[in-house]
Design a protein around this ligand. Structure first.
Ligand SMILES: [Zn+2]
Length: 298
C-alpha cells in the first residue's frame, strides 16, 4: 500500500528519463509530485503515483464533477453548459469517424454515463467501463445499460464497433494491459477514439507546472502527439486522423488560472486559451487536447 516510484517510462519502458518540474495536487491533497519526461518516446509521467489501494483517496473532491455530476462553482456551471455541446459534438464525431449511425460502443472511463446516454438515445447499443464505484452506480441508473468495473472488463469477451476514451487514458493504472484488451475488444473494422491533453500546447507551455491538465496524481501520463502515436503503434493501431478539441484550451486555461489563486485573472485565461486555440487550429499537434482516431492495422 502507498505510493509507487515510477522508474521506467510507462509507455516504452525506457529508463532514459529526466525530471521536468514538480507539480502540486491543487484539487485534493496539496501534495507534490514530479513530472518526468521520457527522452525516447517523449511521454511525460507522474512519479510517484498512488497504488490501487490509495488512488481513490485522490478523487474525493466535490469539484470532481466528471465523476459525481455535482458541484456549484462558476467553473462547474460553465463546464455543464459546455458539456451539453460537447456531448452532441462527440456523438457526431463518433458517427462520422465510424461511418455508422448505430452499433455497439464501449466508453472506457464513462463517469456518470452522460455521453453513453446520448448515444443510446441516438440508437446505439452501449457498454461502459468505470472504476469509481459511485460513478458506476450513477451510470447504471442513468443509462439502464451494462457498466463494467475493471475486472469485469478484463474478463469480458464482447467485441465493439467503437471504443472511446474521452480524457480517461491518462488515468489508467494498467496502461499496457488496457491497450492490449482494447485491441482484442475492437472489431476488425472498428474505430478507437482517444482524447487526451497535450503538454506540447501553448497553454501547457505558458502555465508550466500550474497547467491544470497535469492534474497530478490523477493524471498518471501526460501525452504529446508523438507519444500517443508511438504508443498506439506498438499495439498495432494506425492513426486515421487527429484534431484539437476546441473548448479545452479555454477551460484548461481558466482552471490553470484558478490554481494560482492570488494571481487569478479571467481575461488573461481567455487570452491564453484563444492563443492556444489558434495554434491548435493551424496544427493539431499543438492543440490543448487532441482527439485521435485509430483503426487496427490489418
Ligand atoms: Zn518512453
Amino acid at each position: 500500500m502507498g505510493k509507487i516510484d515510477v522508474k521506467n517510462c510507462p509507455a516504452c519502458g525506457s529508463s532514459n528519463n529526466i525530471k521536468v518540474f514538480t507539480a502540486t495536487d491543487y484539487l485534493v491533497s496539496g501534495e507534490l509530485f514530479e513530472i518526468m519526461e521520457c527522452k525516447d518516446c517523449s511521454l511525460r509521467f507522474t512519479s510517484p503515483i498512488p497504488d490501487n489501494n490509495e488512488i481513490c483517496n485522490y478523487y474525493k473532491s466535490d469539484d470532481y464533477i466528471s465523476h459525481t455530476g455535482k458541484g456549484n462553482s462558476i467553473i462547474n456551471k460553465i463546464y455543464k453548459i459546455v458539456q451539453y455541446f460537447t456531448l452532441r459534438s462527440k456523438q457526431k464525431k463518433v458517427e462520422k469517424f465510424s461511418q455508422k449511425k448505430s452499433g455497439l460502443i464501449l466508453d472506457i472511463g464513462c463517469g456518470t454515463g452522460n455521453f453513453l446516454k446520448i448515444m443510446k438515445q441516438s440508437g446505439w447499443e452501449i457498454n461502459g467501463v468505470e472504476i469509481n464505484d459511485t460513478a458506476r452506480g450513477i451510470a447504471r441508473n442513468n443509462t439502464g445499460s451494462v457498466i463494467l468495473n475493471q475486472i469485469e472488463f478484463f474478463e469480458s469477451h464482447q467485441k465493439y464497433d467503437v471504443i472511446t476514451l474521452w480524457h480517461s487514458l491518462e488515468h489508467l493504472l494498467d496502461l499496457q494491459k488496457y491497450l492490449d484488451k482494447i485491441s482484442i475488444s475492437l472489431n476488425a473494422n472498428g474505430v478507437l477514439i482517444i482524447a487526451v491533453p497535450n503538454y506540447y500546447s501553448y497553454d501547457a507551455e505558458f502555465y508550466k507546472q500550474n497547467w491544470a491538465a497535469y492534474d497530478v496524481p490523477r493524471h498518471l501520463y501526460h501525452f504529446s502527439y508523438a507519444a500517443v502515436v508511438e504508443l498506439l503503434e506498438t499495439f498495432k493501431f494506425k492513426l486515421l486522423r487527429s484534431q484539437q478539441l476546441p473548448f479545452d484550451p479555454f477551460y484548461v486555461s481558466l482552471l490553470s488560472e484558478l490554481s494560482v489563486r492570488q494571481k487569478y485573472n479571467i481575461i488573461k485565461a481567455l487570452w491564453i486559451g484563444w492563443k492556444s486555440y489558434r495554434q491548435g487550429r493551424k496544427d493539431a499537434k499543438r492543440g490543448s487536447s487532441i482527439l485521435y482516431v485509430f483503426k487496427k492495422n490489418q
